[in-house]
Design a binder for this molecule. Sequence first.
Ligand SMILES: NC(=O)c1ccc[n+]([C@@H]2O[C@H](COP(=O)([O-])OP(=O)(O)OC[C@H]3O[C@@H](n4cnc5c(N)ncnc54)[C@H](O)[C@@H]3O)[C@@H](O)[C@H]2O)c1
Length: 268
Amino acid sequence: MEISKVGVVGCGLMGHGIALSKQLARAVEKGKAEQSDVDAVRGRIKPTLEYSDLVDCDLVIEAITEDLGMKLEMWREVDEVVKDGATFATNTSSLAVADQAAVTKRADRFLGLHFFNPAQVMPLLEVVRADGTSEEAVKLGFELGEKLGKTTVAARDNRGFIVNRLLVPYMLDAIRAHEEGIGSIEDIDTGMKAGASHPMGPLTLADFVGLDTLASIANVMHEAYGEERFAAPRTLEKLVSAGNYGRKSGRGFYDYSGERPTPTDLGI
Ligand SMILES: NC(=O)c1ccc[n+]([C@@H]2O[C@H](COP(=O)([O-])OP(=O)(O)OC[C@H]3O[C@@H](n4cnc5c(N)ncnc54)[C@H](O)[C@@H]3O)[C@@H](O)[C@H]2O)c1
């Protein structure tokens, strides 16, 4: 099926990247795109607050809050209004694709399309097949990835797919290492950058992901796998309950109010 109209539900960190809106201005500033091209792309993006505007989309990708109840409620409503034959995809980091597919009348045309943050920059797209996902829907996912210039990998519908299955326990362990006094926030980050050639340290990365989102993912994975390494550390829970969600709220493991991020004093 030809994809000519894509709907993106949710416009937070991920949704705005998938829909590319304000990143376009930055591309012009950096000389990577002409203003006329950007105007043409922007002209094709239509913001809306109504699910009914998704009616004639060929593909709907959700990027709303990592909360199963919220996602199920949204899919039930969206499924009612979007045309038959359209494909649905979830950008979830940890929830089961199959659970979301099950509340729609198109489980065969429902798959996981897991973009990475920032979606307009990071090359990877995980294409996730749930038990009921058809061959055609999986093919559509890979073709979309190719059109977007992404590197695609196939992943099973397990909690966290490939990358978060490995990356989330690593970030949680970095938080525990700080709690145990093994290193300061900055030293843990510097250690992993200079010692393992990571582009950013795990605590900076956690702030970048969003600490509320990371805590939700940890809770889902802890429940699914039953292993302590997936449990949200106390410091993460404390930061989230204080509304410190990382970069997007201005404070997390670092304070982003100044010219450069400074480590937060967590009293450890
Ligand atoms: N942050 C990451 O690094 C990352 C990476 C890959 C995937 N994801 C996944 O993408 C999804 C979104 O994550 P995020 O980081 O963008 O979160 P976010 O908190 O930045 O944004 C979520 C947005 O969804 C909106 N929203 C909630 N319910 C809605 C509804 N019913 N209809 C429309 N909008 C609704 C919220 O108002 C918010 O703006 C989650 O499933 C997350 O697991 C996140």
